[in-house]
Design a protein around this ligand. Structure first.
Ligand SMILES: Cc1cc2nc3c(=O)[nH]c(=O)nc-3n(C[C@H](O)[C@H](O)[C@H](O)COP(=O)(O)OP(=O)(O)OC[C@H]3O[C@@H](n4cnc5c(N)ncnc54)[C@H](O)[C@@H]3O)c2cc1C
Length: 250
């Protein structure tokens, strides 16, 4: 089978890419449904954008990296798309926009947009091997147990990060990047809760309160939530991206 664009991964990035890739596009995913991480996002209501999203909110070794993408597709473009699909939403705090109903509405919207753009979606499909050819790539796939070979001009890696493997996350994109000689930077967990094996906060599980959480470099004024396993909530998730092992947090 010969196509223009093959997209590996039917998450938020893969489906959004398929919507813009033009015709003759195939999206594959080894999961049984597209957008599984979107489904659990924002506590099931998907915090789908932020009114104040701008380059300085993005963590990167190169702070300029996200600028062109953010300039070409803004939060207002996404809000317009959500409105066009009749999805009701509300602002929570600090410009965070959530669905009134369910994050499944965002998945349905992306699937519809992708299909309208003429893209096909194969689920239960895994990647066996990728090789470069003179004018593109040959990819060996296993679709519902059957071998399939696809040749394409453009290959998009949208298989996401490594968090939550039980939801289908793998390091495939990192492996392929290395296969093609690209340097891969060290990966770290970010936007994650802090867990304590000694269960020291267990008696407080379920309690949440406004907090100012700081390390030596930054601080966040948002809610903190005690859980059975430790600390969570917006201030904790935010600070986790700036924390290094052994550092003190107040
Ligand atoms: C609990 C939680 C809550 C979150 N809440 C929010 C929120 O409210 N708002 C927000 O903006 N973000 C939120 N996020 C982050 C957001 O979900 C992710 O940033 C986003 O889904 C990443 O999209 P992606 O397309 O890059 O990757 P993914 O969504 O991970 O998609 C990658 C896809 O590739 C597939 N795949 C992986 N490996 C292979 C392989 N080897 N072969 C075939 N297919 C493969 C996977 O099955 C998956 O469908 C949350 C994340 C979590 C974990």
């Amino acid at each position: 089978m010969r196509i223009n664009t093959l997209i590996l991964g039917a998450g938020a990035a893969g489906m959004m890419c398929a919507r813009h890739a033009g015709g003759s596009t195939l999206v594959i995913d080894h999961a049984k449904a597209p957008g599984e991480k979107i489904r659990i996002s924002g506590g099931g209501r998907c915090n789908f954008t932020n009114m104040y999203a701008e380059a300085k909110n993005y963590l990167s070794a190169n702070p300029h990296f996200c600028k062109s993408a953010l300039a070409r597709y803004t939060q207002w473009d996404f809000i317009e798309l959500v409105d066009r699909h009749g999805i009701a939403w509300h602002e929570k705090t600090l410009g965070q926009l959530f669905c009134d109903g369910s994050s499944k509405q965002i998945i349905a919207m992306l699937v519809e947009e992708m299909r309208e753009a003429g893209a096909d979606l194969w689920l239960h499909t895994s990647v066996e091997a990728v090789a470069q050819t003179a004018d593109g790539y040959t990819v060996r796939l296993l679709r519902e147990g059957k071998a399939q070979t696809v040749t394409c001009r453009n290959l998009v890696l949208a298989t996401g990060g490594k968090s939550i493997p039980k939801m289908g996350a793998t390091g495939l994109a990192y492996d392929l990047a290395r296969q093609f000689g690209l340097e891969v930077t060290e990966t770290r967990a970010g936007l994650v809760p802090f867990t304590f094996p000694d269960g020291r906060f267990q008696p407080l599980a379920g309690v949440s309160l406004p907090s100012r959480l700081s390390n030596a470099r930054t601080s966040f004024d948002e809610a903190l939530l005690f859980t059975h396993r430790g600390l969570s909530g917006p201030s904790v998730l935010q600070l986790s991206s700036y924390w290094r092992e052994g550092e003190e947090i107040t």
